[in-house]
Design a protein around this ligand. Structure first.
Ligand code: NAI
Length: 275
């Protein structure tokens, strides 16, 4: 059994993942804004540094897994904060913990993206580029000014929907690019992403303004299975990606969304290589 970091461990998918991993016998180091082994704000560079330092101390510098689950939803009013928390949070934490993962016999990392990356038609390509370039200050500035250029009344309950979907697309691209670099791939550190759809957590019920009883058939995106996800549906896949036996999968983005992405874009993947 290993030592595994779970961010966002105080609520929703992170709490479900931590509980599942503990039940399987792992030692879990939870990270969150509150009620966690490591209390830190992953939306700021200082908070990430604190988190990395405390995790390294608690773990003795050896980690078998990291599940970067913490994040916010599109109802957060500040698009710059969304960029920092949802993209730079997981990316900088994983960069900071890569060395500790390398000391494990079977190191694994999984991040939580979103099917919004491919189902919300409000991707900001320049923001994707800035995020992947690693420039947090420029990303924040761009996200804030792009948000203020949109009519607030059109955004309703999701004022940062563009920054949200964009942060999750950039994160998925970061995973695919990073997983195959020698520093990860050749060191045996497997890195994958789960892209959830609508999952009943405080984030989702808060951002839609609805309670748990709302109807999948009147949801804004198709829900082919006729159900919403529960946090445990994501915790299940988080655990699978972290297992030592999962040794030949890296750079994957797994949709766990009840079929929403497949319904909206049935031929989008796989896409053919054309030369
Ligand atoms: P949640 O709100 O229940 O849990 C998120 C946790 O992350 C909270 O405990 C929160 O305190 C923590 N967190 C937020 N900002 C933080 C920060 N700056 N530093 C440290 N911790 C922070 O939400 P949920 O739904 O469990 O979200 C988990 C992940 O799933 C997020 O990355 C979210 O964007 C993503 N997601 C959620 C979907 C949904 O339908 N619920 C759909 C697709 C993706």
């Amino acid at each position: 059994m290993g030592t595994i970091v779970v961010t966002g461990s105080a609520s929703g998918m992170g709490a479900a993942s931590a509980e599942r991993l503990r039940a399987s016998g792992h030692r879990v180091i939870g990270v969150d804004l509150r009620s966690a082994d490591v209390v830190a704000d992953l939306g700021t560079p200082a908070g990430r540094r604190t988190a990395v330092a405390e995790i390294l101390e608690l773990s003795g510098g050896v980690l078998d897994g990291v599940a970067a689950v913490a994040g916010v939803g599109p109802s957060v009013p500040d698009a710059a904060a969304v960029a920092s928390i949802n993209y730079f949070g997981p990316v900088e934490l994983l960069d900071g913990l890569r060395g500790a993962l390398e000391r494990s016999d079977a190191p694994r990392a999984v991040v939580i993206g979103s099917n919004s990356a491919s189902t919300v038609p409000m991707i900001d390509d320049e923001l994707v580029r800035l995020m992947l370039s690693g420039d947090e200050a420029a990303s924040r500035e761009h996200a804030a000014s792009a948000q203020s250029a949109l009519p607030a009344e059109a955004l309703g309950a999701s004022p940062s929907i563009s920054a949200y979907a964009t942060s999750k697309l950039a994160l998925a691209h970061w995973v695919r690019r990073t997983a195959v670099t020698p520093a990860w791939g050749r060191r045996g550190i497997l890195l994958n992403a789960v892209a959830p759809g609508a999952v009943l957590t405080p984030l989702m019920t808060g951002s839609t303004g609805a309670d748990r009883d709302f109807d999948p058939d009147s949801f804004p995106t198709p829900m082919p299975l006729g159900i919403f996800g529960e946090p445990e549906d994501i915790g299940f896949w988080v655990e699978q990606f972290l297992r030592p036996e999962a040794r030949f999968t890296t750079g994957a983005v797994l949709y766990v969304d009840g079929g929403t992405d497949a319904a909206m874009r049935p031929t989008a993947q796989p896409s053919a290589l054309r030369v």
